[in-house]
Design a protein around this ligand. Structure first.
Ligand SMILES: Cc1cc2nc3c(=O)[nH]c(=O)nc-3n(C[C@H](O)[C@H](O)[C@H](O)COP(=O)(O)O)c2cc1C
Length: 216
């Protein structure tokens, strides 16, 4: 009688199941069912209970890759939150420098399909890169878009071009009927870890909650 309840004994029904792998498979099944259910609930919560999943276009001009790298990190987070987020590059046909006139763009992303936009570019000569200026001047409308923006710069102080670049983005967007609701300036060529993290949190926050952050 005692041996019936001894799990280590040969012939125990528990050992039989474990031996066949059924027990572990059952646990695995319950776990995966639980996590699928959790992700369904999170997505329902986001789409019904006030969170908004948006199709987001991250429109980037990046000459040497720093702004693009920051955009990649933001994209990763937005996708984790469930937003479809696509990076689209603005590129130049020929050359562009600070002060260039008549810049010809090789790639002009189409913004119409996006609910939300993130505009990103480097600071050039204490201003917004002329490439993003040319792009924003050329788009038809930004009406009804939720817009965020960030710039990267080498100096760690926003007053050395970052603030001006953000003001320019806001003005160019306003001229197309759009309002920028979250902004960030990342020094050390986009490699300031704290500023980078804050940019990701702030921009993700406005798209996730549909809230407006105060302008920085
Ligand atoms: C032509 C040029 C002008 C720049 N002017 C400034 C500037 O005025 N202030 C600043 O902090 N960084 C300036 N930078 C540095 C870039 O803003 C910074 O390295 C940025 O992260 C580059 O982004 P990207 O790699 O995406 O092109 C300048 C860089 C270039 C190439």
């Amino acid at each position: 009688m005692r041996t019936c309840f001894n799990l280590k004994s040969k012939g125990s029904p528990v050992l039989y199941f474990i031996g066949k792998g059924w027990f572990y498979n059952a646990i695995r099944f319950i776990k995966s069912f639980h996590s699928s259910l959790q992700s369904i609930i999170i997505n329902l919560d986001k789409s019904i209970m006030g969170g908004i999943l948006m199709n987001i276009g991250i429109i980037v001009h990046s000459h040497t890759g720093h702004t693009y790298n920051a955009a990649l990190k933001l994209q990763e987070q937005l996708i984790k939150e469930g937003h479809p987020a696509t990076i689209e590059k603005v590129t130049v046909a020929g050359e562009a420098h600070p002060g260039s006139k008549n810049i010809q763009l090789a790639t002009k992303p189409e913004v119409k399909e996006y609910d939300g936009l993130v505009l990103a570019a480097p600071v050039w000569a204490f201003s917004l890169s002329e490439v993003l200026v040319t792009f924003l001047n050329g788009i038809p409308s930004l009406k009804d878009k939720k817009i965020a923006a960030f710039v990267t710069m080498s100096f760690p102080w926003a007053w050395m071009g970052g603030n001006r670049a953000i003001r320019q983005i806001k003005k160019l967007c306003a001229a197309k009927g759009g309002t920028v609701i979250a902004t960030a300036i990342i020094g050390k060529s986009g490699n300031d870890p704290q500023k980078l993290q804050k940019m990701i949190e702030d921009i993700n926050g406005v798209f996730l909650a549909g809230m407006e952050l105060s302008q920085k």
